[in-house]
Write a protein that binds this ligand. Structure first.
Ligand SMILES: [Zn+2]
Length: 408
């Protein structure tokens, strides 16, 4: 069925969908309780949603005697959801049903520094591939979620001054994909926001309303969930913590400023410090590892040296952890999250990094803010983006017609 997308709902319909999304399936009585509608009004609203093809009835409710109440759920014939998770060096494409169950997944190397048309054409080939695997057509796609490693103006769906992918500046990702899949609603967001969503929907953050998801790799960024929703701020760049200044005299960051957290503590900074430690005689182990790796230092080698107990490598990691922890402490005081989840390549450093981060946060945060605070690695870190890009579509597929960029 060709569908106007996103699926625009009246405020009342949005209320039913919101309740349904929280519970998965729901009875008429529950809808009436949640919305405060009369029995008659509830029936009318539900009928409309069923007629429009969004909901269906299901005969599995429990009842104390008498006829079993009919439960309502999303219509599983509504269509499919596609997720495109574009990383710096890889592309993952996923197909899911309207409940968010992932049905197909394909992945291949990519290079985000290439022009957007080239990368998105590669994405379209992969989408066609998963449609074929599932035996369905492009017009059955309800929504496409796209995750990109750069700052996104969410309401326009474009990247703004993306350091990793300068050619993508203001490129109309949505209309490019809509040309290939005209019935699909396309949502674009940055990679860490979608990882936070993935954690909230599929990971350890299910049911959590206030948390920070931080990705530490080549760069450092965070996704903020506040009151159960992603907090994007007024232009979409909330959570870009990698460019908080740690040292005004520090090295120049790729953003052009000096001493940003990212320039001081992320992967390249770790590698650079390790090269110095190897060359100035501080660490024979790092020097040996580097020589064995054709003279190239990598964060993985620093991690391996940490596991061997190399003091110089440990100090590099402790120092990164401390700087990240100091910044997080300010965020904890400011935002009071219940949890911080850490993911990204550098999180493979394990406990040494985690302990240093925790120590700095506890030392510098207000006691009340850390009473229940938990800081841990994300268990789904490696696939949080894949999961999150599906969650992103589900979050924005049904929208209140008066507030198209607020999820219901
Ligand atoms: Zn910077």
């Amino acid at each position: 069925m060709p569908m106007k997308t996103p699926i625009l709902l009246t405020a009342q319909e949005a209320e039913v969908i919101r309740a349904l999304r929280k519970k998965g399936q729901i009875s008429r009585m529950q809808i009436s309780d949640i919305t405060g509608w009369s029995k008659a009004k509830t029936s009318i609203e539900i009928r409309t949603l069923i007629d429009k093809g969004y909901l269906m009835e299901k005969d599995e409710g429990l009842s104390e005697g008498g006829r079993k109440p009919k439960l309502l759920k999303f219509n599983d014939q509504l269509g499919f959801i596609v997720g495109i998770d574009i990383g710096a060096t890889s592309i993952d494409v996923l197909l899911a049903d309207v409940f968010g169950n992932i049905l197909q997944h394909v992945s291949e190397p990519g290079d985000v520094r290439q022009p957007p048309k080239t990368v998105l054409a590669q994405c379209i080939i992969l989408v066609d591939q998963i449609l074929k695997l599932q035996g369905c057509q492009g017009d059955q796609i309800l929504g496409i979620g796209v995750g990109v490693p750069g700052p996104v103006d969410f309401s326009r769906g474009v990247l703004v001054a993306p350091p990793l992918m300068p050619d993508w500046e203001n490129f109309p990702i949505r209309s490019f994909l809509k040309e290939a899949y005209p019935t699909a609603y396309v949502v674009v967001d940055n990679d860490v926001n979608i990882m936070a969503l993935g954690e909230q929907r599929y990971g350890d953050a299910i049911g959590l309303d206030h948390f920070i998801f931080i990705k530490i790799g080549t760069g450092i960024g965070s996704g903020i969930i506040s009151n159960g929703k992603i907090h994007r701020g007024s232009n979409g760049c909330a959570g870009d913590i990698g460019h908080i200044c740690v040292d005004k005299q520090g090295p120049i960051c790729r953003c052009g400023n000096r001493g940003c957290l990212e320039a001081m503590a992320a992967g390249p900074a770790i590698t650079e410090k390790a090269i110095k430690a190897a060359q100035n005689g501080e660490s024979e182990l790092l020097l040996r590892f580097m020589k064995e790796n054709e003279g190239i230092m990598t964060p993985e080698l620093v991690s391996a040296a940490c596991r061997e107990g190399d003091e110089a490598a440990l100090e590099i990691i402790r120092s990164s952890g401390q700087m990240i922890g100091d910044v997080l402490a300010s965020l904890v005081n400011f935002f009071n999250p219940s949890h911080i989840f850490i993911a990204g390549g550098i999180s493979n450093f394990g406990n040494h990094l985690l302990v240093a981060i925790k120590r700095a946060v506890l030392r510098r945060s207000l006691p009340l803010a850390t009473t229940d605070l938990q800081i841990n690695f994300s268990h789904i870190g490696a696939i949080a983006g894949n999961k999150g890009v599906i969650a992103l579509v589900l979050e924005y597929l049904f929208v209140d017609e008066d507030k198209p960029f607020l999820s219901v």
